[in-house]
Ligand binder design. Structure first.
Ligand code: PBG
Length: 335
């Protein structure tokens, strides 16, 4: 024993800093705060509606009146932003996503109610055609091809419609080229200079979006999204995407999904000086909840560890379906 100690003298003892909870807290490198969490929510037509989403335990589609109460409760937990997605019935969908551009569309009505009820809550709205379109694609589909430039005016009109209703930040998640600059210009022309753009700059063609697409019934009817969303194999290309979007005027850039792309989050954080968001998406959430329900893992602890890892990798903001539960835990730390 003594010989071994002499051969390897223990003058370095990192464990000293871990001895007590106070010491551990003192030297902690990464801290999570509820205001770094963005809660994505699904809104559905009706009154008093709460429609649980099977593949996303704990999540539901809410009618606007219920959503207002849920949003207020989230705000009281320290959450400062929600991201809104409309769940439309098949009859409201068409090939041009017309419902997305109606001043009295479901999403627009929900935005107005939320702004009145919880004015301080930041409202982030998704800009893409898929929840509104009969084909489930993010852009205009013609003969099996997603048309880039023909999609841009539709996205810009959608963004203006959301801003008119009271959206604070519009979030294009469609991955068309050039849409950030295009939307910025049209928003400014419409007098919405103060409405921000959070770009889903680095969005991968991921299999992790499954539960979300089921929740909105928005899966592509034909084909996939690989001609516009990024190839999961690509890392350098992420920097190309973010630098274009920042140049075009993005106020915040996002990497999505999150946990399987921590290397990309770290790269993006090092590259840009705007805030970086990451989206812990539906499939990532569902996996944790499913294993938790089986009793195979402690879902709360694993969720918190996932969120911390995403923050540690460099994300300033995290979109997570566990925002409320995580915020509640952060406010009442047990250890
Ligand atoms: C739509 C959109 C998607 C998600 C956010 N916005 C789905 C997709 O691109 O097919 C996925 C979010 C999630 O899985 O939690 N443009």
């Amino acid at each position: 024993m003594r010989d071994a100690m002499n051969a390897y003298p223990l003058d370095e003892r990192p464990r000293r800093n871990r001895r007590t909870e106070s010491l551990r807290r003192m030297v902690r490198e990464t801290r999570l705060d509820p205001s770094a969490l963005v809660w994505p929510v699904f809104v559905v037509e009706g009154e008093g509606e709460v429609q649980p989403i099977e593949a996303m335990p704990g999540c539901a589609r809410y009618s606007p009146d219920v959503l207002v109460e849920e949003a207020r409760a989230a705000y009281d937990l320290g959450i400062r932003a929600i991201a809104l997605f409309p769940a439309l019935d098949a009859a409201s969908k068409d090939s041009q996503a017309s419902e997305s551009r109606r001043a009295d569309g479901l999403l627009q009505r929900a935005i107005r109610r939320l702004k009145l009820a919880v004015p301080e809550l930041v409202l982030i709205t998704d800009v893409a055609m898929d929840p509104y379109s009969t084909d489930g694609h993010d852009g205009v589909l013609e003969d099996g091809v997603i048309l880039n430039d023909e999609t841009l005016p539709i996205l810009a009109e959608m963004a203006v419609c959301q801003a008119d209703a009271g959206a604070d930040i519009v979030a294009p998640s469609d991955m068309m080229d050039g849409r950030i600059g295009y939307i910025r210009e049209v928003l400014d022309e419409a007098g919405h200079q103060d409405v921000g753009i959070l770009s889903y700059a680095v969005k991968y063609a991921s299999a992790f979006y499954g539960p979300f697409r089921t929740a909105l019934d928005s899966a592509p009817r034909e084909g996939d999204k690989k001609t516009y969303q990024m190839d999961p194999a690509n890392r350098r290309e992420a920097l190309r995407e973010v630098s274009l979007d920042v140049r075009e005027g993005a106020d915040i850039v996002m990497v999505k999904p999150a946990l399987a792309y921590l290397d990309v989050i770290a790269d993006v954080r090092a590259e840009v000086d705007v805030p970086v968001a990451a989206y812990h998406v539906s499939g990532e959430y569902a996996m944790v909840m499913a294993a938790g329900a089986q009793g195979w893992i402690d879902a709360d602890a694993v969720m918190d560890e996932c969120l911390l890892a995403i923050k540690r990798a460099g994300a300033d903001l995290i979109f997570t379906y566990a925002a409320r539960e995580a915020a509640a835990r952060l406010r009442a730390p047990t250890s």
